[in-house]
Design a protein around this ligand. Structure first.
Ligand code: ATP
Ligand code: MG
Length: 418
């Protein structure tokens, strides 16, 4: 491999935790390199997340070298040749170079190798198939650097073949297109994705779930979602994903208001939730994620994007901050997608109210109701709920004495003379 250039020194490369892993892996003179996402992101100045390292040493040797240096080695994917080193409380994925010996569908037979180019060749996109030596020298066997700079997400080799080896790559294509793409998507990739979309049904739901959430984490997944929709890519597995425009609008609202991206909220914007059935099971959502989406689909309180901050307090009290935040942003996205111009200052004021919300508790409880002579039973809760509604209507102002007086009045009204 010929060097393609260099990356100037970066914190993540020179950090003591990283150095410790590199020193351990090269102690006997082996050559190792950074690979994949960290190289790609460093080259365009985006924050580097996980650090992946490639080495020609087999996993047993990697484990021994790490342990000799006093680092923890976890066999996270030993059959694929991956060992996770833990250094400075951070994980580093160390993978032995591999080459595809034979592929049939998802079942690729891989063998360990010491051939760097062969390892790059079995990776998905040119921009994911670059290496970087610890001194910053970049190796780019398939022109990924140019593609990255030009916003071209392109398969290594023929898109048609690469998609058939692993149908998940068809979704990965849209994830990377959403994150790094500019202009129209690569025509070969799009054609292959369209042709093989029906094969998505053969993938494990967990893999689809993971990939879709990653896709939704892109700064602006809207344009890619539009392409997905126009080409029927998700029709076989997620036909309810049809609101690309609402997803685009949500991303814009989040950016405008400086809200942290949440992939589940974006899922709610993208999908027609009322039409979705058994989504939790189909996408292997956690119970918590599933419940959240159901509550967003049919909230017990109305939240509108044009509500005055004060009017948000009732839903906040009933539904809690997380649900109201999502309902509010989704309502704003809905209106924006419908072509309405939003009042950014008013929206921001509502959001401030939501973020500052502290849960409030009615200052009387069941014990107070009993003390007034109401016998144990469902009536106690009914009285408390009604009193709570009265209290909310007065914007949580009445204190304990006023609430007790109101409670007494209500109980007395039920038992005149009692
Ligand atoms: P991210 O920043 O989202 O983690 P990444 O590039 O690190 O991006 P991963 O899914 O963590 O993406 O995969 C790490 C690397 O492994 C990729 O850059 C790519 O080289 C390779 N890879 C992962 N999945 C596949 C796949 N299904 N087919 C081919 N290569 C893959
Ligand atoms: Mg990664």
């Amino acid at each position: 491999m010929q060097p393609a250039g260099t990356i100037p020194p970066q914190d993540w490369m020179t950090a003591p935790a990283t150095r410790a892993v590199l020193d351990a892996l090269t102690a006997d003179g082996q050559t190792v390199m950074f690979v994949g996402g960290c190289v790609r992101d460093a080259l365009i100045g985006r924050p580097v997340g996980d650090i992946d390292i490639a080495t020609p040493d087999p996993p047993e040797t990697v484990t021994a070298l790490l342990q000799r240096a006093g680092l923890k080695a976890v066999p996270t994917g030993i059959e694929h040749g991956t060992v996770t080193a833990v250094s400075g409380h951070r994980p580093f994925e160390i993978t032995t170079l591999r080459e595809d010996v034979e592929t049939y569908g998802r079942h690729a037979r891989v063998a360990f190798t010491d051939d760097w180019t062969a390892d790059a060749a079995r990776r998905d996109f040119t921009m994911n198939a670059m290496f970087c030596a610890p001194d910053g020298t970049v190796y780019d066997p398939f022109g990924g650097w140019d593609d990255l700079v030009a916003g071209r997400v392109r398969f290594v080799g023929k898109a048609e073949d690469r998609v058939q080896e692993d149908y998940l790559r068809l979704l990965r294509f849209f994830r990377f297109y959403a994150r790094y793409g500019r202009g129209a998507p690569d025509a070969d990739a799009l054609r292959a994705a369209e042709r093989h979309a029906s094969q998505l049904t053969t993938l494990a739901a967990e893999r689809i779930h993971h990939e879709l959430l990653k896709f939704l984490e892109a700064a602006n997944p809207g344009p890619a979602a539009r392409v997905i929709h126009d080409h029927g890519i998700l029709q076989p597995v997620l036909p309810e994903a049809r609101h690309a425009e609402r997803l685009r609008a949500l991303a814009a609202v989040e950016r405008e208001l400086g809200v942290i991206i949440d992939p589940l909220r974006r899922m709610a914007a993208w999908l027609d939730l009322r039409e979705a059935h058994r989504l939790g099971a189909r996408l292997r959502l956690s119970n918590k994620q599933d419940r959240h989406l159901r509550q967003l689909a049919a909230p017990a309180e109305t939240v509108r994007a044009d509500m005055a901050p004060r009017d948000l307090r009732r839903p906040l009290h009933r539904l809690g901050r997380d649900l109201v935040r999502d309902l509010y942003l989704l309502a704003a996205a809905e209106r924006s997608a419908a072509g309405e111009r939003l009042d950014a200052a008013a929206l921001a004021a509502g959001l401030r109210e939501i973020e500052a919300w502290q849960p409030k508790r009615l200052p009387v409880d069941g014990g107070d109701v009993k003390a007034l002579g109401v016998p144990p039973g469902p009536r106690i809760k009914q009285l408390l709920d009604a009193l709570d509604a009265w209290w909310v209507d007065r914007d949580f102002q009445p204190g304990r004495a006023a609430c007790l007086a109101e409670l007494r009045r209500r109980v007395a009204a039920e038992h005149p003379g009692g």
